[in-house]
Structures are given as structure tokens and as C-alpha cells.
Design a binder for this molecule. Structure first.
Ligand code: FE2
Ligand code: FE2
Length: 180
């Protein structure tokens, strides 16, 4: 929660040349879209909430921001959340390959090359075989839509109990886990 609150007034690029909403509003918008489309999947929603914390943790490292965020949240929020966070950049590269006409924000299009560019046919096939591929694409679609200036997507504190629920389930046997 401390990191998420620190996203207010923090941006994906240190010089603010990137996306038009700060990381705080982007997190809230992305998570709210996922809550609407997948109300039962708390892990997916939480992954949307924390997916860009890498920009806060290592400002300026666009290429690896998803990996930084995944490494940071994994111990607290579990393997699936960490994987969904990590996959939000590969999902962009995958969608660029499979839906070439799909619009990206100016900043997302700009950073695509530094992040590995459009996936090759082989890379896309490997991505599609990942057990979380579909959820990662869903997260990516919310990510791309969650950049609306001035859109009120709620209050960060409202996510505390959801984070606690997901964190509380980490380490329990999969069958007994509730957040999904
Ligand atoms: Fe990102
Ligand atoms: Fe994002």
C-alpha cells in the first residue's frame, strides 16, 4: 500500500514525456476495469493494480519494469500475480504480433522496440502456450485502456482488503485459496 500510495505524482517516465496519467491513476483505472470484467478474479485485479510498480522502483528502466515489479510483488502476492505482472510486457509484444492494427498509446508504441519489439511467430506461439496467457492478455487490454486523464476510478485504500485477501492466500494449497 505504501508503494501504491507513492504512485501519486509518479510517472512512467521520469521526465513525464510518457503516458498522460500518473502511476496512481493508471493503477486504479487498470484494476477497476479488471474488477468490472472479472469480478471473481481478485488476483487478476491485484495484478492490474501493481503491474507498473517497476516504474516507481527503477525509474527509467522501461525494458525491465515488468520484471522489477514481478520480483517485488511475488513474495507478498504469490506466483500467479507475479507472473501476470511479468507478462504484461510480453502480452503487449504478443498483441502487436497477433493484432497488428491494434492501437497503443504513443508511449507504449515508443517503448515496444526497447522491450523486444513485435513477437516473432515462434515467440507468439510460446506465449500462447503459457497457462496464464489469456489472463495476461486481459490484463494488457485493461492496461492499455486505463490511461484516461481525469477519469475517477476510485480510492486506493479500497484495495487494501483485496490485497490482504490475496496476500493471505499465498502459501496455502491451491484448492483452499479463495481470491480467484
Ligand atoms: Fe507497464
Ligand atoms: Fe501499465
Amino acid at each position: 500500500m505504501t508503494l501504491l500510495h507513492a504512485c501519486r505524482g509518479a510517472w512512467d517516465t521520469p521526465d513525464r514525456s510518457g503516458d498522460p496519467v500518473d502511476l496512481h491513476d493508471h493503477a486504479l483505472q487498470t484494476a477497476a476495469l479488471l474488477r468490472r470484467s472479472h469480478p471473481a478474479d481478485k488476483e487478476l485485479q491485484v495484478a492490474g493494480l501493481v503491474h507498473d510498480l517497476g516504474h516507481l522502483l527503477r525509474p527509467g528502466d522501461d525494458a525491465a519494469h515488468a520484471d522489477h515489479a514481478a520480483a517485488a510483488v511475488g513474495p507478498l502476492l504469490g506466483h500467479r500475480v507475479a507472473e501476470l505482472v511479468r507478462l504484461h510486457v510480453p502480452a503487449k509484444r504478443y498483441l502487436a504480433a497477433t493484432e497488428p492494427g491494434r492501437p497503443l498509446s504513443q508511449q507504449s508504441a515508443l517503448t515496444l522496440r526497447a522491450q523486444g519489439g513485435v513477437m516473432t511467430h515462434e515467440e507468439a506461439a510460446a506465449f500462447a502456450a503459457h497457462p496464464y496467457a489469456e489472463d495476461a492478455v486481459t490484463l494488457r487490454q485493461a492496461d492499455d485502456a486505463g490511461k484516461v486523464v481525469g477519469l475517477d476510478a476510485g480510492v486506493m485504500e479500497d484495495w487494501r482488503p483485496v490485497l490482504e485477501l490475496v496476500a493471505g492466500a499465498v502459501g496455502r494449497p491451491t484448492g483452499s485459496r479463495t481470491p480467484r
